[in-house]
Design a protein around this ligand. Structure first.
Ligand code: ADP
Ligand code: MG
Length: 701
């Protein structure tokens, strides 16, 4: 018989069989014995710790108590029937409650005897209780107390539980699995890495993560597997990058030519910031190596990414290529188009806009001009990647707000030329370093970490409802100075009616405080037709209205430099990055701008942290970092579709240090052994290939 190993299908494991195997696959994506062993416990019950009844608290996940069962009686009737036991130790007493198997329990429990119980404490009407506790007679337990340890808890599902694969059932399987494959285990990490990073060897770590003897061993095992996971992700990303560099030649932009220089000397309306200069230089160097560039530019709202993109595109055009820029929405594409046209004037190069609503005739002309090479720059939405859109010689592609585009779409743009164009990806919101390293680990990253000079930082304050009149007074002062004001209400996803309610309730007060004809108010919300929305926005843009009341539709889009105040109602209902984006709508002119966060008095701890963070900092990177800590990577905007973030054990919010360590190691490996050819690294390649199959890496590379 063939020896079972990590890659053996789970059905072959003793005690599994076809039916359970099928369930394990469907419910937990466990296909092989290795997958099972990677189904790590999500927490542990410390069976070495006993708590006193007085120490128990309803917030605890579970607690183990040694005490005496004083009494046992049945109460209630029919469906409400339950068994209630009084349980006492030297600090107090509590109730144990059962709703099922009452007659069996009555027979098997011994009133008066000492028990060790385990369960989740809860509190009802001031009475502490545990429902369906695990019960073990102290006498019986005594024998094993000597070698008690951390008991793992595995996530399971209702279906699995029906087949005895609850946490305990899974634990038993793990035991069988380890015993079965133990002899075949190979450490995927070579000894030199284990040593350098003080990592527990593989086999020992597997045992210690599933059956830890104590907290220390458990932590060491967890650290090892986290490192391993992060390490292989980075290894894969950087190897892909390396392979791509070799595989794909890139267009060489050898010269900085006439159009670039003309723009720089005649058109550029402001001096570039040092950060902008640095990034443009990075791009220039990158595009002159003969390899294809894949670069991510991160910069806060208003840091001036557009002009960087434009100058890069001019570089391409000077070298005989076309360029295009893709944005996720029509509004954004149109704004880019208008912005670029204004920057370029008429003389430098040709620019056109292609979106879903471009009329057929104009579209045909664009297709024609792209193919004969007379069109230099094309701005657009997804319409750009349609197969009909063919370039004569596309050399440079800018993607704004990358995370809304799938990698597949990125790839489609690549194929628009024999030699793939250079790719510049710009994110709209900063992402924390760890996320960037993982989501975009195969890209080079540039950061524009400086705002154009002369911008006054936006002043942000947080008020409760009782300051409402003061806020109105302040608004009147600003309007008297000729400024304009946004007031934003939350969009309530669960109930579309709710957001209108918020908006309508607020509006009533506003109309009283800011009556016509002295004041004019624009209103924009999700229920309006595009045409009406546009009309209302235009009134505000033209300065015909002083106040724009809106649900979050203004998040993307409008640019009104004269608007100096952003009032955000029920600010506690917004996410951090949303708040930051909204705040970015003001502070675009020369005037001092303000962001006023209004909230109810009832704030959750997290809500308070969000508002405090907004008041404390204008730095988008700092805000993104706090957001990551609060919500975890899975919930950050744009990361949901990215399979890369579904990690088995590592947590990008908590394991930043370990991630840096792993990435550093991988970088060093590639420096010393670019082809991973040395014998000690050979194993790494083997594991990389083996494991790659199980993970849908195509999502990210
Ligand atoms: P974002 O990075 O958010 O896309 P934009 O490129 O839209 O920022 O730039 C925001 C505003 O700042 C624009 O009005 C732009 O013209 C202006 N801007 C960009 N760079 C500079 C600079 N170096 N000095 C002054 N203003 C600048
Ligand atoms: Mg932008």
């Amino acid at each position: 018989m063939v020896e079972l190993s990590l890659v053996t299908p789970i059905a072959y494991l003793k005690g599994v069989g076809p039916q359970k195997a099928d369930l394990l696959q469907k419910e937990l994506q466990i296909f092989t014995i290795g997958d099972l062993l990677q189904h790590y416990p999500f927490r542990y019950i410390d069976k070495t710790q006993f708590l006193k009844i007085r120490q128990l608290h309803p917030d605890m996940h579970g607690a183990q108590v040694l005490g005496r069962l004083i009494s046992l009686k049945e109460v209630g009737e029919k469906k409400g029937k339950r068994l209630v036991g009084q349980f006492k130790d030297d600090t107090g007493s509590m109730e144990l409650v059962w709703f099922q198997s009452l007659s069996w329990l009555k027979k098997s429990l011994t009133v008066g005897a000492p028990y060790i119980i385990y369960g989740k404490p809860s509190e009802f009407n001031g009475i502490l209780s545990i429902t369906h506790p695990e019960m073990e007679l102290y006498q019986k337990a005594e024998k094993r107390i000597g070698n008690m340890r951390m008991q793992p808890v595995y996530s399971s599902t209702e279906k699995l539980k029906k087949f005895n694969l609850d946490s305990k059932g899974l634990q038993k399987l793990q035991e069988v699995a380890i015993a079965t494959v133990y002899r075949t285990l190979n450490d995927p990490l070579p000894p030199y890495i284990l040593q350098a990073h003080e990592l527990m060897p593989f086999a020992q770590a597997l045992v210690s993560i599933h059956f830890p003897e104590n907290e220390q061993l458990m932590q060491a095992a967890i650290r090892r597997f986290k490192f391993e996971e992060l390490f292989f992700i980075q290894l894969r990303l950087l190897r892909n990058k390396q392979l791509n560099t070799k595989k794909y030649k890139g267009h060489r932009f050898g010269e900085v030519g006439e159009k670039f220089n003309k723009f720089f000397t005649q058109r550029l309306p402001f001096p570039l910031t040092n950060a902008q200069k640095r990034v443009i230089k990075e791009i220039r160097l990158d595009t002159n190596t003969g390899a294809q560039m894949n670069r991510l530019v991160q910069g806060d709202v208003g840091s001036g990414k557009t002009v960087v993109a434009l100058m890069s595109m001019l570089l391409a055009i000077d070298n005989g290529y076309q360029a295009c820029m893709m944005a996720p929405t029509e509004i954004l594409a149109t704004q880019h188009y208008n912005g670029l046209k204004e920057l370029l004037g008429d003389a430098i190069c040709s620019v056109k806009l292609l979106t879903g609503s471009t009329p057929a005739k104009a579209r045909r002309i664009i297709h024609q001009e792209l193919e004969d090479g007379s069109l230099d720059i094309l701005i657009g939405t997804h319409a750009l990647i349609e197969d009909k859109v063919k370039f004569k010689n596309i050399g440079f592609v800018v993607i704004d707000e990358q995370h809304r585009f799938g990698v597949e779409q990125r790839a489609k743009l690549w194929r628009k030329n024999l030699i793939p164009p250079h790719m510049l990806v710009m994110t709209a919101t900063p992402i924390p370093r760890t996320l960037a390293m993982t989501m975009y680990g195969d890209l080079d990253i540039s950061v524009i970490d400086e705002l154009p000079a002369g911008r006054k930082p936006i002043k942000t304050v947080h008020f409760f409802e009782n300051k409402r009149l003061r806020v109105f007074g302040f608004m009147r002062e600003e309007i008297a100075k000729g400024r304009q004001i946004y007031i934003v209400y939350p969009l309530i996803k669960e109930s579309e009616k709710m957001d209108l309610l918020y908006l309508e309730a607020g509006l009533e007060g506003l109309l009283r405080e800011f009556p016509m004809p002295q004041y004019h108010i624009s209103i924009v919300h999700g229920k309006m037709s595009v045409k009406d929305k546009d009309f209302e926005m235009q009134r505000f843009v033209k300065g015909q209205t002083q106040i724009m009341v809106a649900t979050t539709v203004i998040e993307v889009g409008v640019n009104v430099p004269n608007a100096s105040v952003m009032v955000i109602e029920n600010a506690e209902r917004f996410g951090l990055s949303q708040l930051h984006q909204l705040r970015g709508r003001v502070g675009r002119g020369a005037e001092q701008s303000y962001c006023i966060l209004m909230s109810s008095n009832k704030l959750s701890k997290e809500g308070r942290t969000r508002l405090e963070t907004m008041v404390q900092t204008n730095d988008g990177f700092e805000i993104a970092e706090v957001d990551l800590q609060l919500r975890g990577p899975g919930d950050l905007s744009g990361t949901q579709q990215s399979g890369i973030l579904e990690m088995k054990i590592a947590d990008l919010a908590k394991d930043q240090a370990l991630l840096s360590e792993a990435r550093q190691r991988v970088i060093q490996i590639f420096q010393e052994d670019p082809n991973l050819a040395s014998p000690e690294n050979h194993l790494l390649v083997q594991f990389l290939n083996q494991r790659g199959a199980a993970i849908s890496w195509d999502k990210i590379s």
